[in-house]
Design a protein. Structure first.
Length: 325
Protein backbone atom coordinates (compact mmCIF):
# COMPACT_ATOMS: atom_id res chain seq x y z
CA UNK A 1 0.00 0.00 0.00
CA UNK A 2 1.59 3.33 -1.00
CA UNK A 3 2.45 5.79 1.76
CA UNK A 4 0.02 8.64 2.30
CA UNK A 5 1.72 12.01 1.93
CA UNK A 6 0.40 14.60 4.35
CA UNK A 7 1.19 17.98 2.89
CA UNK A 8 1.64 20.89 5.31
CA UNK A 9 -0.71 23.84 5.11
CA UNK A 10 1.72 25.97 3.11
CA UNK A 11 2.28 23.36 0.40
CA UNK A 12 0.51 23.71 -2.94
CA UNK A 13 0.57 21.44 -6.02
CA UNK A 14 3.61 21.30 -8.30
CA UNK A 15 1.82 23.57 -10.73
CA UNK A 16 2.53 26.41 -8.31
CA UNK A 17 6.26 26.15 -8.97
CA UNK A 18 7.24 27.83 -12.22
CA UNK A 19 10.14 26.14 -14.05
CA UNK A 20 13.55 27.76 -13.81
CA UNK A 21 13.57 28.58 -17.51
CA UNK A 22 10.68 30.99 -17.27
CA UNK A 23 12.25 34.42 -17.27
CA UNK A 24 11.32 36.95 -14.64
CA UNK A 25 12.16 40.57 -15.21
CA UNK A 26 15.21 41.58 -13.17
CA UNK A 27 15.09 44.55 -10.89
CA UNK A 28 17.44 46.98 -12.65
CA UNK A 29 18.39 48.75 -9.48
CA UNK A 30 19.43 45.47 -7.85
CA UNK A 31 21.64 44.60 -10.80
CA UNK A 32 23.33 48.00 -10.74
CA UNK A 33 23.80 48.13 -6.96
CA UNK A 34 27.47 48.58 -6.26
CA UNK A 35 28.33 48.31 -9.97
CA UNK A 36 28.68 51.99 -10.87
CA UNK A 37 27.94 52.56 -14.52
CA UNK A 38 28.28 48.92 -15.60
CA UNK A 39 25.29 48.04 -17.74
CA UNK A 40 23.02 45.30 -16.43
CA UNK A 41 23.15 43.56 -19.79
CA UNK A 42 26.92 43.14 -19.43
CA UNK A 43 26.90 41.71 -15.92
CA UNK A 44 25.89 38.11 -16.58
CA UNK A 45 28.56 37.49 -19.30
CA UNK A 46 31.25 38.90 -16.99
CA UNK A 47 30.22 36.53 -14.23
CA UNK A 48 30.10 33.58 -16.61
CA UNK A 49 33.65 34.41 -17.75
CA UNK A 50 34.87 34.64 -14.17
CA UNK A 51 33.35 31.26 -13.42
CA UNK A 52 34.99 29.66 -16.45
CA UNK A 53 38.38 31.10 -15.57
CA UNK A 54 38.31 30.47 -11.82
CA UNK A 55 36.57 27.11 -11.50
CA UNK A 56 37.86 23.55 -11.60
CA UNK A 57 35.50 20.63 -12.21
CA UNK A 58 33.33 20.03 -9.16
CA UNK A 59 33.72 16.37 -8.13
CA UNK A 60 30.12 16.37 -6.84
CA UNK A 61 28.59 17.52 -10.15
CA UNK A 62 27.34 14.02 -10.97
CA UNK A 63 25.03 14.10 -7.93
CA UNK A 64 22.81 16.73 -9.57
CA UNK A 65 20.00 17.15 -10.28
CA UNK A 66 18.74 15.33 -7.20
CA UNK A 67 15.23 13.97 -6.82
CA UNK A 68 12.73 16.55 -5.63
CA UNK A 69 11.05 15.99 -2.27
CA UNK A 70 7.41 16.68 -3.15
CA UNK A 71 6.54 17.54 0.46
CA UNK A 72 8.23 20.92 -0.01
CA UNK A 73 6.42 23.02 -2.59
CA UNK A 74 5.65 26.71 -2.98
CA UNK A 75 2.87 29.27 -3.19
CA UNK A 76 4.76 31.33 -5.80
CA UNK A 77 7.00 30.89 -8.88
CA UNK A 78 10.62 29.90 -8.48
CA UNK A 79 12.89 32.94 -8.80
CA UNK A 80 14.81 33.07 -12.05
CA UNK A 81 18.29 31.63 -11.60
CA UNK A 82 20.08 34.70 -12.97
CA UNK A 83 18.27 36.94 -10.50
CA UNK A 84 19.48 34.71 -7.68
CA UNK A 85 23.03 34.49 -8.98
CA UNK A 86 23.34 38.26 -9.21
CA UNK A 87 21.79 39.37 -5.91
CA UNK A 88 23.65 38.03 -2.90
CA UNK A 89 24.74 39.12 0.56
CA UNK A 90 28.30 37.91 1.12
CA UNK A 91 30.12 40.50 3.22
CA UNK A 92 33.30 38.47 3.09
CA UNK A 93 33.71 39.76 -0.46
CA UNK A 94 31.94 43.12 -0.42
CA UNK A 95 28.95 44.93 1.05
CA UNK A 96 26.93 45.24 -2.15
CA UNK A 97 24.67 42.61 -3.67
CA UNK A 98 27.05 42.33 -6.65
CA UNK A 99 29.53 39.82 -5.25
CA UNK A 100 29.43 37.15 -7.94
CA UNK A 101 32.67 38.13 -9.68
CA UNK A 102 34.70 38.49 -6.48
CA UNK A 103 33.28 35.29 -4.99
CA UNK A 104 34.90 33.24 -7.77
CA UNK A 105 38.16 33.56 -5.81
CA UNK A 106 36.70 31.14 -3.25
CA UNK A 107 38.40 27.75 -3.53
CA UNK A 108 35.88 25.04 -2.64
CA UNK A 109 38.20 22.03 -2.98
CA UNK A 110 39.69 20.80 -0.78
CA UNK A 111 37.05 21.83 1.78
CA UNK A 112 37.23 20.44 5.30
CA UNK A 113 34.46 20.73 7.89
CA UNK A 114 35.26 20.48 11.60
CA UNK A 115 32.77 18.94 14.05
CA UNK A 116 33.71 19.73 17.61
CA UNK A 117 32.64 20.94 21.04
CA UNK A 118 30.25 18.86 23.11
CA UNK A 119 30.28 15.75 20.93
CA UNK A 120 31.29 12.15 21.62
CA UNK A 121 34.41 12.52 19.47
CA UNK A 122 35.45 15.63 17.52
CA UNK A 123 36.42 14.99 13.91
CA UNK A 124 37.01 16.61 10.56
CA UNK A 125 35.47 15.53 7.27
CA UNK A 126 35.93 16.63 3.67
CA UNK A 127 32.84 17.90 1.87
CA UNK A 128 32.90 15.06 -0.67
CA UNK A 129 33.23 12.44 2.07
CA UNK A 130 30.30 14.06 3.84
CA UNK A 131 28.22 13.86 0.67
CA UNK A 132 28.86 10.10 0.54
CA UNK A 133 27.16 9.74 3.93
CA UNK A 134 23.93 11.55 3.06
CA UNK A 135 21.25 11.40 0.38
CA UNK A 136 20.71 14.63 -1.51
CA UNK A 137 17.22 15.88 -2.32
CA UNK A 138 15.74 19.00 -3.87
CA UNK A 139 13.33 21.21 -1.92
CA UNK A 140 11.50 24.35 -2.97
CA UNK A 141 11.89 26.96 -0.23
CA UNK A 142 11.03 30.59 0.28
CA UNK A 143 13.77 32.97 1.40
CA UNK A 144 12.85 36.20 3.20
CA UNK A 145 15.49 38.83 3.89
CA UNK A 146 15.16 41.27 6.78
CA UNK A 147 15.73 43.96 4.12
CA UNK A 148 12.21 43.07 2.89
CA UNK A 149 13.05 41.33 -0.38
CA UNK A 150 12.27 37.68 -1.00
CA UNK A 151 12.88 34.87 -3.45
CA UNK A 152 11.92 31.25 -4.01
CA UNK A 153 14.71 28.76 -4.60
CA UNK A 154 15.07 25.08 -5.60
CA UNK A 155 17.74 24.12 -3.07
CA UNK A 156 19.49 20.75 -3.11
CA UNK A 157 20.98 19.33 0.05
CA UNK A 158 20.13 17.27 3.11
CA UNK A 159 18.50 17.87 6.51
CA UNK A 160 20.74 19.49 9.11
CA UNK A 161 19.48 16.77 11.45
CA UNK A 162 21.55 14.27 9.45
CA UNK A 163 24.74 16.15 10.30
CA UNK A 164 23.66 16.43 13.94
CA UNK A 165 23.26 12.66 14.00
CA UNK A 166 26.75 12.18 12.52
CA UNK A 167 28.17 14.57 15.13
CA UNK A 168 26.68 12.63 18.08
CA UNK A 169 26.32 15.61 20.42
CA UNK A 170 26.26 15.06 24.16
CA UNK A 171 22.91 15.36 25.91
CA UNK A 172 24.11 18.55 27.58
CA UNK A 173 24.62 20.33 24.25
CA UNK A 174 21.90 22.95 23.67
CA UNK A 175 23.14 24.85 20.62
CA UNK A 176 25.06 24.36 17.40
CA UNK A 177 27.41 27.18 16.47
CA UNK A 178 28.28 27.44 12.75
CA UNK A 179 31.31 29.25 11.38
CA UNK A 180 32.30 30.43 7.89
CA UNK A 181 35.79 30.28 6.37
CA UNK A 182 38.28 33.05 7.15
CA UNK A 183 40.82 33.89 4.46
CA UNK A 184 41.49 37.60 3.91
CA UNK A 185 43.85 36.74 1.06
CA UNK A 186 40.86 35.91 -1.15
CA UNK A 187 38.03 37.66 0.70
CA UNK A 188 38.68 41.42 0.76
CA UNK A 189 35.81 42.10 3.14
CA UNK A 190 37.63 40.13 5.83
CA UNK A 191 40.45 42.66 5.70
CA UNK A 192 38.07 45.12 7.34
CA UNK A 193 39.06 44.48 10.93
CA UNK A 194 36.12 46.35 12.45
CA UNK A 195 33.82 43.49 11.40
CA UNK A 196 33.56 40.47 13.76
CA UNK A 197 35.16 37.84 11.50
CA UNK A 198 34.77 34.95 11.04
CA UNK A 199 31.05 34.96 10.32
CA UNK A 200 29.13 33.00 12.97
CA UNK A 201 25.52 31.90 13.40
CA UNK A 202 23.77 29.62 15.85
CA UNK A 203 20.67 27.49 16.27
CA UNK A 204 19.29 25.53 19.18
CA UNK A 205 19.59 21.76 18.90
CA UNK A 206 15.79 21.68 18.59
CA UNK A 207 15.84 24.13 15.67
CA UNK A 208 18.65 22.19 14.01
CA UNK A 209 16.61 19.01 14.36
CA UNK A 210 13.51 20.47 12.72
CA UNK A 211 12.84 18.86 9.35
CA UNK A 212 12.88 22.24 7.58
CA UNK A 213 16.46 23.06 8.64
CA UNK A 214 18.46 22.19 5.53
CA UNK A 215 22.14 22.11 4.63
CA UNK A 216 22.48 23.25 1.03
CA UNK A 217 25.03 21.89 -1.43
CA UNK A 218 23.27 22.77 -4.69
CA UNK A 219 20.66 24.94 -6.37
CA UNK A 220 18.85 24.89 -9.69
CA UNK A 221 19.90 21.29 -10.32
CA UNK A 222 23.66 21.83 -9.99
CA UNK A 223 26.28 22.46 -7.29
CA UNK A 224 25.54 25.69 -5.45
CA UNK A 225 27.30 28.75 -6.87
CA UNK A 226 30.15 30.32 -4.95
CA UNK A 227 28.33 33.61 -4.41
CA UNK A 228 25.43 31.64 -2.93
CA UNK A 229 27.63 29.96 -0.32
CA UNK A 230 29.43 27.00 -1.89
CA UNK A 231 30.13 24.31 -1.03
CA UNK A 232 27.93 24.13 2.09
CA UNK A 233 25.41 26.66 3.41
CA UNK A 234 22.33 26.73 5.59
CA UNK A 235 18.68 27.28 4.66
CA UNK A 236 16.24 27.85 7.53
CA UNK A 237 13.20 29.19 5.67
CA UNK A 238 11.22 30.41 8.68
CA UNK A 239 13.99 32.84 9.67
CA UNK A 240 15.23 36.07 8.11
CA UNK A 241 17.96 35.64 5.53
CA UNK A 242 20.81 36.66 7.81
CA UNK A 243 20.29 33.26 9.45
CA UNK A 244 21.56 31.57 6.28
CA UNK A 245 25.28 31.13 6.87
CA UNK A 246 27.40 30.47 3.77
CA UNK A 247 30.56 28.43 3.11
CA UNK A 248 30.51 26.63 6.46
CA UNK A 249 33.75 25.18 7.84
CA UNK A 250 32.84 24.38 11.46
CA UNK A 251 29.94 23.07 13.56
CA UNK A 252 30.53 23.43 17.30
CA UNK A 253 28.08 21.95 19.79
CA UNK A 254 27.84 23.93 23.01
CA UNK A 255 25.71 24.66 26.06
CA UNK A 256 26.16 28.43 25.61
CA UNK A 257 24.03 30.51 23.25
CA UNK A 258 26.29 31.65 20.38
CA UNK A 259 26.50 35.31 19.45
CA UNK A 260 25.92 35.63 15.73
CA UNK A 261 27.93 37.89 13.43
CA UNK A 262 24.99 40.27 13.04
CA UNK A 263 24.24 40.32 16.74
CA UNK A 264 27.88 41.14 17.47
CA UNK A 265 27.82 43.83 14.81
CA UNK A 266 24.53 45.51 15.71
CA UNK A 267 22.63 43.89 18.57
CA UNK A 268 19.96 46.61 18.57
CA UNK A 269 18.82 45.46 15.11
CA UNK A 270 19.68 41.75 14.94
CA UNK A 271 19.01 39.17 17.61
CA UNK A 272 19.79 35.48 18.02
CA UNK A 273 16.44 34.05 16.95
CA UNK A 274 15.61 36.10 13.81
CA UNK A 275 12.22 34.51 13.13
CA UNK A 276 9.99 36.18 10.54
CA UNK A 277 7.05 38.17 11.93
CA UNK A 278 5.24 40.84 9.86
CA UNK A 279 3.95 42.49 13.04
CA UNK A 280 7.40 43.22 14.46
CA UNK A 281 9.23 45.90 12.47
CA UNK A 282 12.96 46.20 12.08
CA UNK A 283 14.07 49.33 13.98
CA UNK A 284 14.34 51.20 10.67
CA UNK A 285 11.59 49.75 8.46
CA UNK A 286 8.39 47.73 8.37
CA UNK A 287 8.32 43.98 7.81
CA UNK A 288 4.65 43.86 6.79
CA UNK A 289 5.37 43.41 3.08
CA UNK A 290 8.11 41.93 0.94
CA UNK A 291 9.32 42.63 -2.60
CA UNK A 292 9.64 39.50 -4.73
CA UNK A 293 13.06 39.57 -6.39
CA UNK A 294 12.95 39.80 -10.18
CA UNK A 295 9.43 41.22 -10.25
CA UNK A 296 7.51 44.30 -9.15
CA UNK A 297 5.28 42.16 -6.95
CA UNK A 298 4.75 43.04 -3.30
CA UNK A 299 3.36 40.33 -1.02
CA UNK A 300 2.19 40.43 2.58
CA UNK A 301 4.81 38.87 4.83
CA UNK A 302 3.70 35.64 6.51
CA UNK A 303 4.35 34.68 10.12
CA UNK A 304 7.44 32.44 10.24
CA UNK A 305 7.58 33.08 6.47
CA UNK A 306 4.58 30.77 6.06
CA UNK A 307 6.08 27.83 7.96
CA UNK A 308 4.37 28.43 11.31
CA UNK A 309 2.67 25.04 11.35
CA UNK A 310 6.05 23.31 11.32
CA UNK A 311 8.06 25.55 13.66
CA UNK A 312 5.88 27.63 16.00
CA UNK A 313 6.04 24.87 18.61
CA UNK A 314 9.80 25.34 18.92
CA UNK A 315 9.21 28.65 20.71
CA UNK A 316 6.60 27.75 23.28
CA UNK A 317 7.65 29.08 26.66
CA UNK A 318 10.00 31.57 25.05
CA UNK A 319 7.47 34.36 24.57
CA UNK A 320 9.57 36.75 26.64
CA UNK A 321 12.57 36.21 24.37
CA UNK A 322 13.32 38.50 21.45
CA UNK A 323 12.18 35.94 18.90
CA UNK A 324 12.05 38.20 15.85
CA UNK A 325 14.47 40.42 13.93
Amino acid sequence: MPAILHRPAWALPDSAATPEAIALRLDRRALLAGAGVIAATALAPDIALAQRVGDVPDPSAGLYPAKRNEAFTLDRPVTDEQANLNYNNFYEFNMSKSVARQAQALKTRPWTIAIDGMVEKPFEIGIDDLLKQVTLEERLYRHRCVEAWSMAIPWTGFPLAKLVALAKPLGSAKYVRMETFKDPSIAPGQRQTWYPWPYVEGLTIAEAGNDLAFLVTGAYGKPVAKQMGAPLRLAVPWKYGFKSIKSIVRFTFTDKQPKSYWEALQASEYGFWANVNPEVPHPRWSQAFERVLGTDERRPTLLFNGYAEQVAGLYKGLEKERLWA
